[in-house]
Design a protein around this ligand. Structure first.
Ligand code: IDP
Ligand code: MG
Length: 173
C-alpha cells in the first residue's frame, strides 16, 4: 500500500533565553527527540542586535518589536545566549511546530512546550521558550542567517568555496 510520504525538510530551532534560564534545554531536546528527526547543526550563540533585527524583521512594525529584540538578546533574562539547532527529516517543520505549540502561550495546547512553559510578560510580550521556523522558505532564510555551511553536517542548500586572505580568527593558544 502506498503511504503519503512527506518531504525531508530542515527547520531552525532556537531555545530562547527564558528556556535556558528555566533549565529547559534537556527537557526540550527530549521532547523534540520524539520526532525521530536528526540534529544536523547545534551551537550556543551570543545574539548581536543586527542578527536579532534580521531574524525578526517581519515584525519590525509591531509595538512589541523593541521588547522582542531585548528578549532574544537575553536582556530580559540575564542570559545573553540562545541555543541554535537545525533539525532535519520528514515533515520537520510541522512536527516541530506541533510540539512547540501556538505562538501565544495562553492559546497553546497545555502539553505543548509553549503551553507548558511559556508566559505573557506584564508588557504583553509572549515569552514562549522556543523558536521554530514556520515554512521551508523561512527555514532556509533563518538557517543561512544563524549557521555557516560548514557548521551543518549535511548539504542543505547550494554553497560555494571562497578564499579569505588575512582574516583574523582565534585559535587555541
Ligand atoms: P512564531 O514564533 O510562533 O513563529 P511569530 O509571529 O514569528 O511567531 O513571532 C515571533 C515571536 O514574537 C513570537 O514567538 C513571540 O515571542 C513574539 N510575538 C509574536 N506575536 C506576538 C504578539 O502578538 N504579542 C506579543 N509577542 C508576540
Ligand atoms: Mg515565526
Amino acid at each position: 500500500m502506498l503511504t503519503s510520504q512527506g518531504k525531508n525538510q530542515a527547520t531552525l530551532i532556537l531555545i530562547k533565553p527564558d528556556g535556558l534560564k528555566k533549565s529547559l534545554t534537556g527537557n526540550i531536546l527530549t521532547r523534540l527527540s520524539e520526532t525521530k528527526l536528526e540534529i544536523v547543526g547545534a551551537k550556543m550563540v551570543r545574539v548581536q542586535r543586527e542578527l536579532a533585527e534580521e531574524h525578526y524583521k517581519h515584525l519590525k512594525d509591531k509595538p512589541f518589536f523593541e521588547e522582542l529584540i531585548k528578549y532574544i538578546q537575553g536582556e530580559l533574562h540575564g542570559r545573553r545566549k540562545v541555543m541554535a539547532l537545525v533539525y532535519w527529516g520528514e515533515d520537520a517543520i510541522a512536527k516541530c511546530r506541533a510540539l512547540a505549540g501556538a505562538t501565544n502561550p495562553e492559546e497553546a495546547e497545555p502539553t505543548s512546550i509553549r503551553g507548558a512553559y511559556g508566559r505573557i510578560t506584564t508588557k504583553g510580550l509572549y515569552e514562549n521558550v522556543i523558536h521554530v521556523s514556520s515554512t521551508p522558505e523561512e527555514a532556509e532564510r533563518e538557517i543561512k542567517l544563524w549557521f555557516k555551511p560548514d557548521e551543518i553536517i549535511v548539504d542543505l542548500y547550494p554553497k560555494k568555496k571562497i578564499i579569505i586572505k588575512e582574516k583574523e580568527e582565534s585559535i587555541w593558544a
